[in-house]
Design a protein around this ligand. Structure first.
Ligand code: FO1
Length: 313
C-alpha cells in the first residue's frame, strides 16, 4: 500500500490525478484541493477546482476546456444574460446542478468537505477529494486596477493584469478540513501537482499548519514543474513569475518549492537546467516528459513521480 496525498489546483492537477488513480489503487489517493478560486455566483457557491477534479476523475469533464461538463449547453446562462444577470462566468446547464446541490446543502449547515465526499461517492469515485479547508478562503489579486477577486482577474479580465501581489482572504483563521492533517502525516508520498504555484498551491499552503506539515514531511515530497521551456502549460503562471520578480523558468519554480520538496520533476525539454536546480536548491531533480497529452502520458508521469519520491525518501 502506497498512500499518496496530492496538493491540487485545477486542470493540471486533475490530469495528474487521472494518471495517478490508474497506477495506484484510487482508495490510496487523497487530493487536497485549493478553494481560493471559489466564488459566489448568482447566489450559488462555485468550487471550480473541486469540480474540475471530480469531473475529470469521473470522466465527465469537457475535454475541450478541461472544466465544466461534457455535452452541456449554456441555455440557462443565455437566459440569465437576457434578464440582465451575471453572464461572464460560463456556468453550463449540467454543471449548474452541482452548484444548486452544494449551495442547498451549505445553507442547511453541511460542510464543504462532507458535501464533496457525498458528491464524489455518488459518482463512484474511490479516492478522497477534500477541500483544503471548510472555512472561507478567497484569493485576492492585487493589480494596478486594485484588488480583484480571483475569478474577476482570471476569467472576467482574462488574466491580463500584471499581478503585484496576492493575498488569501480568510487564511489567518482557516483550519484544515478534517482529513487534511491525517492525509499529509500518513502519506508515503506527497506530490505538489503541476498547478500554478501562486494561484493554486500558495492558497493551500496558507491554511493553518499546512505549510509546516508539508515542510516537515519534505523527505517524501515531490513537486512537478508546471513550467516547460519558460512557458506555462496552461494559464498565467509564467506571467506571474515575471511580474513577481522570479526567474521565468522551471528554475524559478524550483526555488519556490525548495523549502518544501525533496524531489523536483523537470520536463525533458528543460533537462539542461537540472544541474543548476540541484546545486542551488538541493532537491533531487528527475527529468521526464511532463506534458499530459493522453492517458499513457498521465500514467507515466504519475508513476515516474511516485517512483522518484519513494526512491529518494
Ligand atoms: N474558466 C474560464 O476561463 N471561463 C469560464 O467562464 C469558466 C467557468 C467555469 C465554471 C465552472 C468551473 O468549475 C470552472 C470554470 N472555469 C472557467 C475554470 C476556472 O475559472 C479555472 O479553471 C480555475 O478557477 C483555475 O484553476
Amino acid at each position: 500500500m502506497t498512500r499518496v496525498a496530492v496538493l491540487a489546483g485545477g486542470v493540471g492537477a486533475a490530469r495528474f490525478l487521472d494518471g495517478l488513480v490508474r497506477v495506484v489503487p484510487p482508495s490510496d489517493v487523497t487530493a487536497i484541493v485549493n478553494v481560493g478560486d471559489d466564488m459566489e455566483w448568482a447566489g450559488l457557491h462555485i468550487s471550480p477546482d473541486l469540480d474540475t477534479i471530480t469531473y475529470t476523475l469521473s470522466d465527465l469533464v469537457n475535454p475541450e476546456t478541461g472544466w465544466g461538463l461534457r455535452g452541456e449547453s449554456r441555455r440557462t446562462l443565455d437566459r440569465l444574460s437576457e434578464l440582465g444577470g451575471p453572464d461572464w462566468f460560463m456556468i453550463g446547464d449540467l454543471d449548474l446542478a452541482t452548484h444548486l446541490y452544494r449551495t442547498h446543502r451549505l445553507s442547511a449547515g453541511d460542510t464543504l468537505s462532507d458535501i464533496t465526499r457525498d458528491l464524489t461517492a455518488r459518482l463512484g469515485l474511490e479516492c478522497v477529494i477534500t477541500p483544503v479547508t471548510d472555512d472561507r478562503l478567497r484569493t485576492v489579486v492585487c493589480a494596478d486596477a486594485g484588488e480583484l477577486a480571483f475569478q474577476d482577474y482570471f476569467v472576467r479580465r482574462r488574466a491580463s493584469d500584471a499581478v503585484h501581489s496576492l493575498r488569501f482572504d480568510g487564511a489567518e483563521s482557516a483550519q484544515p478540513a478534517p482529513f487534511v492533517r491525517d492525509a499529509l502525516a500518513s502519506a508515503d508520498a506527497i506530490v505538489i501537482a503541476p498547478s500554478n504555484p501562486f494561484l493554486s498551491i500558495d492558497p493551500l499552503l496558507s491554511v493553518s499548519g499546512v505549510r509546516e506539515l508539508v515542510r516537515s514531511s519534505k523527505h517524501k515530497v515531490a513537486a512537478v514543474s508546471p513550467i516547460i521551456g519558460g512557458q506555462a502549460v496552461k494559464g498565467p503562471a509564467a506571467d506571474i513569475l515575471q511580474s513577481l520578480g522570479h526567474d521565468v523558468s522551471a528554475l524559478g519554480v524550483a526555488r519556490i518549492y525548495a523549502e518544501l520538496a525533496n524531489v523536483f520533476i523537470l520536463d525533458q525539454e528543460d533537462a539542461s537546467l537540472a544541474p543548476a536546480i540541484e546545486t542551488e536548491t538541493g532537491m533531487r531533480v528527475v527529468v521526464m516528459p511532463t506534458l499530459m497529452i493522453d492517458v499513457d502520458a498521465k500514467m507515466a508521469l504519475a508513476s515516474g513521480t511516485l517512483k522518484a519520491v519513494l526512491d529518494a525518501a
